[in-house]
Ligand binder design. Structure first.
Ligand code: NDP
Length: 395
């Protein structure tokens, strides 16, 4: 009997629960809980089997503890927002529940996501004999597993990694974000950063770009961003000399973002508005389309993967590992667009491997610290097949 509590009923939460329902032999009993219970009930009504739903404010440890004590899950899948990571980890410790998430903690009043707050839980999870798996989405998540796989099977030394994230889809709106707009815009508007020869090098926001020829999507302008998986990968991939992260944005997206930034709508500093304080970015979120609502008319593909450069058997080796997903296919299967799908499937797979005992351990883990093989096998089975090809040239 594996009871699982899923927290968060947004775009990603919906995919996670659909995918868990496809594996009833592992996920025998599921509860979906979120701030707004009606969203959980709406998702539950679309599922092929019955699940429990509940209301919970995941910022509140006591509420979480009360819910966990009542439902008694063995694992909690956190697909709410990064602001809730620490309260949910705290409740898991109090209730003896294992933990999994897809994004690292970020304080609400500072756009600075870092692992230090969650890594600080290492000893407490270890002592409790519990496992916390961090970042089991696509990036972070699958990209970390691609790195672990390359290190285990394809390279003696990996010198450089370039993570390349392309969304060549079209949702028909002039401007929308593919996952939570507040989290997404905080990520994109901060300074870029990459790691080279032991140091972090900062760039201005979206200052550096390349043209990259993506499989199934063609040549796309890709911008250097700071992305959270790099923080753990520089510690765990031995011999690494450089790691960078690139993401595609259309000219139209950049044009809108520029205007929104110039007029202050992406700011997280509260302002006075008609006698009350509002955060401009939260107001903007209320104006933008809900990412889940983009799914029905989304067409085109995503291509996310890693280009590795290094040595094998004394010779230079360059390899590209990637997944292609199709927005319309994802919609057909689970009613979601590909960004939610490519995040929700790895969350289900990480949870499944923990419940099956294939990924085991006491403490706090990043994805590349675990054996990549069962995860890579599961990606092929559960909807995110991957390809490995030789790569030629430089980025
Ligand atoms: P959404 O905004 O669509 O959904 C978030 C859900 O969390 C909503 O149901 C929301 O409730 C709920 N929630 C927010 N605050 C609370 C709270 N205090 N208590 C309980 N529930 C709460 O986001 P997404 O589904 O797009 O993203 C989910 C997570 O996935 C985010 O952390 C995001 O960063 C991460 N992500 C990771 C990726 C990866 O590849 N690793 C890629 C994309 C996303 P309500 O409906 O009431 O607002």
């Amino acid at each position: 009997m594996s009871k699982v509590l899923i927290i968060g009923a947004g775009g990603v939460g919906s995919v996670v629960i659909h995918k868990c329902c496809q594996v009833p032999e592992v996920f025998s009993e599921i509860m979906l809980a979120s701030r707004t219970k009606s969203k959980c009930d709406a998702i539950a009504a679309q599922l092929p089997r019955s699940i429990k739903t509940a209301q919970v404010d995941a910022d509140n440890v006591e509420e979480l503890v009360a819910l966990m004590k009542k439902f008694k899950p063995v694992l909690c899948i956190n697909v709410a927002l990064p602001y809730q990571d620490l309260t949910i980890m705290e409740a898991c410790l109090q209730c003896g529940v294992n933990y999994l998430d897809t994004a690292n903690y970020e304080p609400p009043d500072e756009a600075k996501f870092e692992y230090k707050w969650q890594w600080a839980y290492q000893e407490r999870f270890k002592e409790a004999g519990l496992m916390a798996l961090l970042g089991s989405g696509f990036d972070p998540g699958v990209t970390n597993v691609f790195c672990a796989y390359a290190q285990k099977h394809l390279f003696d030394t990996i010198r450089t990694v370039d993570i390349l994230d392309c969304n060549a889809g079209d949702h028909g709106h002039p401007f929308a974000t593919n996952f939570n707009p507040e989290i997404n815009i905080r990520e994109i508007t901060q300074n870029g950063k990459y790691w080279e020869k032991g140091q972090w090098i900062e760039t201005g926001p979206l200052e550096k770009s390349i043209d990259f020829d993506y499989p199934a999507a063609g040549v796309k302008k890709s911008f250097l961003l700071y992305h959270e998986e790099m923080e753990s990968l520089v510690k765990n991939i031995k011999g690494l000399e450089r790691i960078r992260f690139w993401m595609t944005f259309s000219d139209n997206y950049i044009k809108h973002l520029d205007v929104l930034e110039n007029i202050g709508l992406t700011s997280i500093e509260p302002i006075d508005f008609e006698g009350r304080q509002i955060v401009p970015l939260q107001f903007l979120k209320a104006l933008l389309p809900d990412p889940a609502s983009l799914a029905a008319n989304y067409t085109g593909k995503t291509a996310i993967g890693c280009v590795f450069d290094g040595e094998k058997d004394g010779k230079r080796q360059q390899v590209y590992i990637y997944n292609i997903s199709d927005h319309a296919e994802c919609y057909k299967e689970v009613g979601s667009q590909a960004i939610s799908y490519t995040t929700g499937v790895p969350a289900m797979i990480g949870a499944m491997l923990m419940l099956q005992g294939k990924w085991q351990g006491a403490g706090v883990f990043n994805m590349e610290e675990l054996d990549p093989d069962p995860f890579m096998d599961a990606l092929n089975i559960h909807g995110l097949p991957w390809t490995i090809t030789d790569f030629h040239g430089s980025i």
